[in-house]
Write a protein that binds this ligand. Structure first.
Ligand code: AMP
Ligand code: GLY
Length: 426
């Protein structure tokens, strides 16, 4: 089985680490990958959104399975592009990742809310606004309690959600968004009721025919500062399992959210084969969907992959073939924690190309590369640089191991949160 994985972050490094362990793996390529993924396969200097180059790589390397790590190529329709490509070596390739319509669950908040409404999936009340119905938007806002949630409909690099304290500001921000604050992405804005609770991430692998497997759940840490303060980031760390995700709560998630989502995709004829990331919030023991993503989470993948004890590749192939019948994934009972080492200044401006020194292959942790490059020595190449994952019998022992491994890793301006998992301890 020859595999091409698209992407270059910590998520793809963790997927590559896991997939490369499969005895079924033949030739393995990551496009474009990073300095870490080259330990598990061959990096190809191709952008995931350069579809003709991806198609050529599939043909040249006799690829059997393409896995999309990030959402961009999916939202842009890579599945359709490959499936209709004139070369049969490309059109017959298996693809893990939904088509354009399924990807709209992440690419359009309005589409996702409509899907949830149609299929009775618990989520915040909402109203969709464009330049044509701003006053109706004001009326909807007037019926809500503070704070107010405004979301750009389209992809806005994770920045398109505003939580606004007063009604006046919400009305003003609504207009600023519609006028192009997030470009085309905010020409449509979804207003939502604010939900209060603790968030977690649940991952589902589905085959388009109503069958699915729930992967280990995780909690990520989005704010840059300790105690969940400061700006939002791509994620500063993650923990799995999540103590408040009890068997009872997971069963509510399965019956109220996962089942209707997977059945809804089938009813709507989306032939969705791939990962679904459920961003959930626990409101007094009741799960609600905050968002869908059509890929795995980052940095959640850096704890979810280490917690999958089974071979992932045959299950990924089965999902891509549209038949997960009889497939299961065993969970590793240990706790996994990842701590993200980021560039100084992130999520604002930061330097790139800084040498990374120290022990990047510690015995007791797994160092997943996020933003790195081989130049040829390893240098920083992004805001999030390294995700250091460790196992433990509990959160404190796992996180302590990651901090011990991080003590031996250096680059100028390196920063990481020292409180990952702390909020989950009794
Ligand atoms: P999203 O991009 O939709 O995941 O939103 C980004 C973040 O905004 C989420 O992770 C939540 O922390 C917060 N958020 C989004 N929607 C709501 C909501 N309806 N109520 C409270 N917080 C929200
Ligand atoms: N960790 C959140 C995300 O991947 O979107």
């Amino acid at each position: 089985m020859n595999v091409l994985l698209l992407g270059s972050g910590g998520r793809e490094c963790a997927l590559a680490w896991k997939l490369s362990q499969s005895p079924l793996m033949g030739k393995f390529f990551i496009a474009p990958g990073n300095a870490g993924t080259s330990a598990y396969g061959t990096n190809l200097d191709i952008k995931p959104t350069d579809f003709p180059a991806v198609a050529k790589a599939v043909a040249d390397n006799e690829i059997d399975l393409v896995i999309a790590g990030n959402e961009d190529p999916l939202v842009l329709g890579i599945r359709e592009f490959l499936a209709t490509y004139p070369d049969p070596r490309v059109s017959s390739v298996l693809m893990l990742g939904p088509g354009r319509e399924g990807a709209a669950l992440e690419g359009s908040k309005d589409f996702a809310k409509g899907f949830m409404a149609r299929h009775g999936i618990p989520t915040a009340r909402y109203f969709t606004v464009t330049a044509d119905n701003v006053e109706d938007g004001d009326k909807f806002l007037e019926g809500l309690k503070a704070p107010y949630v405004l979301k750009a409909d389209g992809l806005a690099a994770g920045k398109g959600v505003l939580i606004v304290p007063t009604l006046e500001e919400a009305k003003a921000d609504l207009r600023t968004m519609l006028a192009g604050q997030f470009g085309k992405a905010s020409a449509t804005v979804v207003i939502e009721e604010f939900l209060s609770g603790i968030e977690c991430s649940v991952f589902v692998l589905t085959d388009g025919s109503g069958r699915y497997i729930i992967l280990p759940e995780a909690k990520d840490y989005k704010r840059v500062g300790e105690g969940d303060t400061g700006l939002n980031t791509g994620g500063m760390g993650a923990v799995s399992p999540v103590p408040f995700c009890t068997p009872d709560f997971m069963e509510k998630i399965r019956t109220r959210i996962v089942e209707p989502t997977v059945q809804g995709l089938k009813k709507d004829n989306m032939d969705y084969r791939g990962f679904i990331f459920l961003g959930l919030i626990d409101c007094d023991g009741e799960p609600y969907v905050i968002e869908y993503n059509v890929r795995m989470g980052d940095p959640e993948t850096e704890v979810v992959m280490p917690r999958i004890a089974s071979d992932l590749l045959p299950v990924a192939v089965a999902a891509a073939k549209g038949n997960l019948d009889g497939c299961t994934l065993e969970a590793d009972p240990r706790t996994a924690v990842t701590v993200m080492a980021v560039s100084g200044g992130y999520p604002g401006d930061y330097a790139k190309g800084l040498p990374i020194t120290g022990n990047l292959t510690p015995e007791k942790s797994i160092v997943f590369h996020a933003g790195t490059k081989a130049a040829p020595e390893v240098v920083t190449a992004g805001g999030r640089v390294l995700a250091v994952t460790s196992y433990g019998s509990d959160i404190p022992s796992a996180v302590a191991q990651s901090y011990a491994s991080l003590a031996d890793i250096h680059f100028d301006g390196m920063y990481f949160r020292r409180d990952i998992g702390k909020d989950l301890l009794k």
